[in-house]
Design a protein around this ligand. Sequence first.
Ligand SMILES: *Cc1c(COP(=O)(O)O)cnc(C)c1O
Length: 453
Amino acid sequence: MNKPQSWEARAEAATLYGFTDLPTIHDRGTVVLTHGEGPYVVDVHGRRYLDANSGLWNMVAGFDHPGLTQAAQEAYARFPGYHAFFGRMSDQTVMLSEKLVEVSPFDRGRVFYTNSGSEANDTMVKMLWFLAGAEGKPQRRKILTRKNAYHGVTAVSASMTGKPYNEVFGLPLDGFLHLTCPHYWREGLPGESEDEFVARLAAELEDVIAREGADTIAGFFAEPVMGAGGVIPAPVGYFQAVQKVLKKHGIPLISDEVICGFGRTGAVWGCESYGFVPDAIISSKCLTAGFFPMGAVILGPELADRVQAASEAIEEFPHGFTASGHPVGCAIALKAIEVILEEGLIERVRELTPMFEAGMARIGEMSNIGEVRGRGLMGALEAVADKAGKVPFDGSLSVSERIANACTDEGLICRPLGQSIVLCPPFIMTEGQMEEMFGKLEGALGKVFAEVA
Ligand SMILES: *Cc1c(COP(=O)(O)O)cnc(C)c1O
């Protein structure tokens, strides 16, 4: 058999695709990329695309940040790999843990490293289960999340994820409960104010705790702004209402900051933007500005003390990944934190946000955009067949895929999600590039709505 010749054919022949619409691939081929320049990526044919999704939310400093590539090169030259088991760890790991606690909302805490956000959520659940056993409450194992939440793809983090596609794996596992998605536009009842909506969700949480028994629940996990659920910012007062209920029952609130952490919402953490302090933070994605696969669990003081005490009792915490606390990843994360927090990238998010919001609002005036939502530099535009009735397009039209494909044709990458289009530009974008992004998106939307509406 002849070997396929084109990059596109070779990609399709030997790679199993994840989270990819296969009809689109068969129809249009894979975009095979060679490198990036600032917020652009370049394919094997030399075509340039403005990546309005920062890769996968994470490449916030662009695709060729010189400080980060240099930090990576130096770290590789110095100490290209080590673990964090058996009482050994790299100096970079020590420094990163100190830094993460310093920039966290906690006055003290402890950090545990993973290779991804999924593993960090998985690790956090194992820590809660570990505590349940160690503290004599072995039944305290249930995990609460919300419908539409995205917490990852491992068996546990996929069980936490509130997406229907996990049914194909026979997930969720038992004991993973999904509460109402805090999306007022979609879930609010006719005539219900946003405050009443929040009160209803807090009451639902009370009811679930009463039904299941508070002493069977290990923790509540939430993204401050739901990302892969379609960029859904929590309503005002939501976290305060939820945290009040959780505190009353001694249930930890874990903030999944994999997307929000390190600047996306205009503050270091999403919980800061929403004015609450969780019991622990899950970080990944922007932690290394996408330059290294890494995740971290950052425990606040109380959970840190409890996990430490439970570990002391059996002389170890029996958990860890080969590459946990990798010296190169830690060196890159230290540099990424410096770039984001000390070299002005977070200020840049705040500077760009009004322009981003204005561009989104302008597009929101189109008759087939039902809702514009977001926070900081993350936003979504929800396509609808009928604006007043909030009626979605017929699923068979694949409207958001069509929009994303039309964008690709224009040299713009943005992501279809349900019936919405997600924008989460890199923090280094210039005003001119932001204009380019909205200009191309408007062109693509006009084309697709003319076809389907
Ligand atoms: C991406 C994401 C994860 C999973 O991270 P991976 O590195 O893909 O495993 C978890 N939580 C949230 C909020 C995410 O956006």
